[in-house]
Design a protein around this ligand. Structure first.
Ligand code: 5GP
Length: 201
């Protein structure tokens, strides 16, 4: 039997409010079963409409740290400015990679550094807003956040933008469609062969 060519990890980061999740969702729809999204674990409570095992694995602090001690995380971190722990479980990536599937990790900049240390061949993409002013406008237009929350998110965004140069690729999210096109092109340029891998699954 011929073993499948292993898949690759794709790390996608970008500041809150940049539209990362929408872009990632459309990339997944476009590329089909050759690539999947890793579901992270977190200690933050679910937001309305979020489901356990779909958006995140929602864990208590005790359970998260038990799994951390047991070595179940590829990376885990108290995400800058959030006050909650987030982590990528080995169980979300290992078997997919060995079956030849590519796996997207939508994680913060500090977690990305840890992934790169262990998987230097990971493809890294940073999604940027056209400017911090534009990001601020988008955060305010949600209309759901207090001034303090907006300022906190902007401080986190500045922390993240300072580390954007550590990513191999930077994509500006001017329109979602353009950002999705660019990311798909990047993944193909790194060898993602949607047809071939889909057929191997
Ligand atoms: P949110 O709470 O808004 O869903 O996510 C907050 C931040 O946590 C985002 O920057 C997101 O990319 C990051 N994040 C989500 N899952 C993980 C993970 O497994 N590891 C790390 N390091 N960051 C994560």
């Amino acid at each position: 039997m011929i073993a499948a060519k292993p898949g690759k990890l794709v790390v996608i980061s970008g500041p809150s409010g940049v539209g990362k999740s929408t872009v990632v969702r459309q990339v997944l729809e476009r590329l089909g079963p050759a690539i999947r999204l890793s579901v992270s674990a977190t200690t933050r409570p679910p937001r309305p409409g979020e489901h356990d095992g779909v958006d995140y694995y929602f864990l208590t602090d005790a359970e998260f740290h038990r799994r951390r001690q047991a070595g179940e995380f590829l990376e885990c971190i108290e995400v800058f400015g959030r006050g909650h722990w987030y982590g990528t479980l080995w169980s979300e990536v290992r078997s997919s990679l060995s079956q030849g599937k590519w796996v997207i990790l939508e994680i913060d900049v500090d977690g990305a550094g840890e992934v790169l240390r262990q998987f230097p061949e990971a493809v890294t993409v940073f999604i940027r807003p056209d400017s911090v002013e534009e990001l601020e406008r988008r955060l305010r237009s949600r209309g759901t956040e207090s001034e303090e929350a907006v300022q906190r998110r902007l401080a986190v965004a500045r922390h993240e933008l300072l580390q954007a140069d550590r990513y191999e690729h930077q994509v500006e999210n001017i329109t979602v469609e353009q950002a999705v096109d660019e990311i798909c092109e990047i993944l193909h340029s790194h060898g993602l062969d949607a047809e071939g891998h889909a057929a191997a699954c």
